[in-house]
Design a protein around this ligand. Structure first.
Ligand code: ADP
Length: 492
């Protein structure tokens, strides 16, 4: 088959591999989601299976899963020593997803937090989960590759090694280096790892336990979610203190750009948007915009509408958007923001919305339906991130004909060709993560909207023409899995 890459170059994808993957994640759509990891954990395994690669998923059985009332099939029970003594896990299964049940750790409303604060026993919860995944491998014996994701599952490769499991390869994916699982050394015993691993060569990091380091050190392969981010994290600017370690493992470190679920985000069939539209008939997008203006009680009319969705944290540049908001309104723009996170930004956002309520709308919380309405109804999508491992929202925007406004970092650099930067562009670039640079780009967007409607329409069409599916990226994972399996077989 033939696919277009982000650069527009054509290349081929082949699938001839015989590996069995267990994809280990702390969040998976639709069972539990706080961010992009959940989307990746459902869409990548689904695409691998579609391409004929056997991939199962394993995640905790949170309260949110229980309340879905799924017809879960009981698979097995596991008992093992963990930090606080002998612990028990029940494994259930639904479709390709295995769920690990321990009511003490997972029968809660939140995934990581309650009322904005981390659960105090997160180290215990996720070392239990990681240990249970490793124990489950002993039960299964048919798995070739365990694919771990972020710090919550970074201990799995260490446990595999300690348990003497030698025939299974491990891949560790960094979805965001900013979250490393940093804990006080007094909690070391929870990990059930040898004491001498609490040293700078292993899991110690400036006097604290660093769980993520286990994934980097003990995995057979490490990757991150875009080629640019894979390079960036090896520099002091983006390495979050781990750039030295990452450079030292560069021989096993690569970057594979995420895709999105193009069926969940399909403007021509999405039941969650006001009016369907497509690359050949964009008229429904206007209805979506009117619907969005109505949802947030914005003044109806012909102003450029800028959407933003995501965690309200400094990484995403929400502070830059908030400090630009007044100027944007004065320029004649409208803004709609959906998100939650840092209470300071939540409060500021609520205040600004109150002052400029005719032109700024916001919702603080997590709301899938609203996310679809914003992606479909906005003219432009704001992502002035300070760093961005991959970012999914810019690709979702592209799929829905909404022009992404992005900085030149990580996956935003790899997935967006910006106006005046290349042929057939579909985005706008913010040169630096500053308020001034953001406002400069917003002015360009405003001018395009008011004076160059034909060019804007062409950018939308270019955006919608990009292949943002998982097809080719899943193929790259398949190649990586094959290489890891071959290497293991050769070196055993
Ligand atoms: P992150 O750094 O949070 O993983 P991504 O852009 O990679 O950022 O992915 C975020 C995903 O979560 C996207 O699918 C986005 O639409 C969704 N999302 C984030 N915040 C919200 C929210 N408040 N409500 C609904 N969806 C959200």
């Amino acid at each position: 088959m033939r696919f277009r890459s982000f650069t527009g170059a054509a290349h081929f994808c082949y699938t001839h591999i015989n590996v069995k993957i267990l994809f280990c994640s702390s969040e998976v759509t639709p069972y539990a989601k706080t961010g992009g990891l959940a989307d990746v954990s459902s869409a990548l395994p689904a695409e691998l299976n579609r391409q004929g690669i056997d991939c199962e998923v394993i995640m905790p059985l949170y309260g949110s899963v229980r309340s879905m009332d799924l017809p879960l099939e009981h698979v097995t029970d596991l008992s093992f020593l963990c930090g606080s003594g002998m612990l028990h896990a029940q494994i259930f299964r639904y479709g390709i997803v295995n769920f690990i049940e321990n009511t003490l750790f997972f029968k809660r409303d939140g995934v990581y937090t309650y009322a904005g604060d981390d659960y105090p026993d997160n180290l215990e919860r996720f070392s239990f989960f990681s240990r249970a995944c490793a124990e489950y491998l002993l039960h299964r014996r048919d798995i070739d590759i365990i694919h771990c994701n972020d710090w919550q599952t970074a201990l799995v490769p260490a446990y595999i090694r300690e348990m003497g499991i030698e025939d299974i390869s491990s891949l560790f994916t960094i979805h965001n280096l900013a979250y490393q699982g940093s804990y006080h050394p007094s909690l070391w015993n929870i990990l059930m790892l040898p004491r001498d691993y609490y040293s700078p060569e292993y899991l110690e990091f400036f006097g604290r336990i660093n769980v993520l380091k286990a994934g980097l050190i003990f995995s057979d392969g490490v990757n991150t979610v875009s080629p640019t981010y894979a390079r960036e994290i090896q520099t002091p600017e983006f390495g979050a203190g781990l750039d030295g370690l990452l450079r030292s493992i560069s021989f096993k470190l690569s970057g594979i750009t995420n895709g999105i679920d193009i069926e969940a985000w399909n403007p021509s069939s999405d039941p969650l948007i006001a009016s369907q539209f497509s690359i050949t008939d964009l008229s429904g997008k206007e209805d979506c915009k009117t619907h969005l203006q109505n949802l947030f009680n914005l003044t109806p009319g012909n102003k450029p509408l800028f959407g933003m969705i995501g965690r309200l944290v400094e990484q995403k540049g929400i502070d830059l958007v908030l400090s630009s908001a007044r100027d944007m309104v004065n320029l004649g723009c409208q803004v709609v923001i959906l998100g939650n996170g840092d209470p300071t930004y939540e409060k500021k956002l609520a205040e600004i919305t109150r002052v400029y309520r005719d032109n700024i709308g916001s919702h603080i919380g997590f709301d899938e339906t609203l996310a679809h309405a914003i992606e479909a109804g906005s003219d432009f999508f704001l992502m002035p991130s300070r760093f961005e491992p991959c970012g999914l929202n810019q690709m979702i925007s592209m799929r829905l004909g909404t022009i992404p406004i992005v900085t030149a970092v990580g996956g935003l650099k790899d997935t967006v060709v910006a106006y005046q930067e290349g042929e057939h562009p579909w985005g706008l670039r913010v040169k630096r993560p500053t308020t001034e640079a953001l406002l400069t780009t917003v002015r360009t967007a405003h001018t395009l909207y008011t004076s160059r409607p034909d060019l804007l329409r062409q950018l939308r069409i270019n955006a919608m023409a990009q292949d943002v599916s998982w097809t080719c990226s899943a193929q790259r994972y398949a190649e990586l899995y094959t290489n890891l399996k071959d290497f293991k077989e050769r070196t055993r």
